[in-house]
Ligand binder design. Structure first.
Ligand code: BGC
Length: 352
């Protein structure tokens, strides 16, 4: 099955324009031909973390603006459930599928099923591997990892060996591997030269904060609280780790990284228990993905600037940029962008 997605080499990513969504779950299936509006199926891994609710709402809102309908399913971090969600969307005869996979490998099956039904598939934020994926839209995930690690390297003591703990994401999520790859790009030379000692590291099953807390506790059992930083891969895992540090009375003394600019993480940053997060402008991703999905649904041609190897093919890809957020630029980034309000981040305190 070939859909019209073109790779472009230069900066001519024209606005990926089209329309989207409105929850139609519960209405009877219509044939694709009898419909006047495009119908998009959005299959999500989870809605538990703050960011994914934002992704869904922004995507649906943009789709609606563009005159499309959307059916949304969330699989609660369960591969079997996500496959049956996709089956349900296919049987509702969606014109295009947008998938945030729980497991990038397991969802190849969903892409094959969709293609058998003549439906193109866009992977949203997380790659689906080893299949003929039509389009991938995400942030620069290797850069996320590089920025997290570089932030620490710039602040670790220079006069002695530094000790760090590494908390990776879920092994089933290709992004977690990319974040680690970016972190390794920066850290490996320093680990090899002996300047940085990784006292403990582990993967966080399903990205759950409670699992990250267990990893931080294991690090404390092994090394005491005698380390300089926790390289946590996102804000959820940072939150779990900081809880463990708080119980030891050392939160704020040990640098902790994050990602997603979740409200609770921004609050921890201005309160001093988390050192940084990475702001990924979800509005841009969700809107552009809604526009691309609507184009695909209407069989309009689409242009992508990049390509990413998913193990089987070079997948046309669109990668958006990310921004480091600390207490110093909180006002100029997430708050200026309207991602959070100053009142929500600073509470009763006056913003700087
Ligand atoms: C996303 C992160 C998110 C994590 C856990 C990753 O694939 O890129 O933004 O924090 O999943 O949901």
């Amino acid at each position: 099955m070939k859909f019209r997605i073109f790779l472009v080499l230069a900066s001519c990513i024209t606005s990926v324009v089209t329309g989207l969504v409105l929850s139609r779950v519960g209405s009877s299936p219509e044939s694709a031909k009898s419909r006047t509006k495009p119908l998009i199926g959005l299959s999500m891994d989870t809605l538990k973390e703050e960011r994914w609710q934002g992704d869904r709402d922004l995507f649906v809102a943009r789709a609606r603006e563009l005159g499309a309908d959307v059916l949304v399913q969330s699989a609660n971090s369960d591969d079997t459930r996500q496959i049956s969600d996709v089956q349900a969307l296919i049987s509702r005869r969606v014109d295009v599928l947008v998938i945030v996979p729980h497991n990038g490998g397991a969802m190849a099956k969903a892409v094959n099923m969709a293609h058998d039904a003549g439906i193109p598939v866009l992977a949203y934020d997380r790659l689906i591997t080893d299949c003929d994926l039509d389009l991938y839209m995400t942030f620069d995930n290797v850069k996320v990892g590089e920025l997290q690690a570089q932030f620490l390297v710039d602040r670790l003591p220079k006069d002695r060996k530094s000790k760090i703990v590494r908390i990776f994401g879920a092994k089933t999520d290709n992004n977690a591997l990319l974040f680690k790859k970016g972190q390794d790009n920066v850290l490996k030379p320093l680990i090899n030269s002996g300047r940085i000692d990784v006292v403990h590291e582990d993967w966080t099953q399903d990205w759950k904060p409670e699992n990250a807390k267990k990893i931080a506790n294991a690090a404390i059992t092994k090394a005491g609280s005698d380390f300089d930083a926790i390289l946590a891969s996102n804000d959820g895992t940072a939150g779990g780790a900081i809880q463990a540090l708080s119980e030891e009375g050392v939160a704020g003394r040990i640098l902790v990284t994050g990602q997603d600019a979740e409200l609770s993480a921004c609050q921890r940053i201005v309160n001093g228990t988390q050192a940084m997060t990475i702001y990924k402008p979800l509005t841009q991703l969700a809107k552009q993905a809604a526009e691309a999905a609507t184009k695909l649904a209407r069989s309009k041609p689409l242009f992508a600037l990049g390509k990413i190897d998913n193990g089987k093919n070079e997948v046309p890809s669109i990668l958006l940029d990310v921004v480091v957020v600390t207490k110093d630029n909180m006002m100029d980034t997430v708050i200026k962008d309207g991602f959070h309000t100053a009142a929500d981040v600073y509470g009763d305190r006056p913003p700087p």
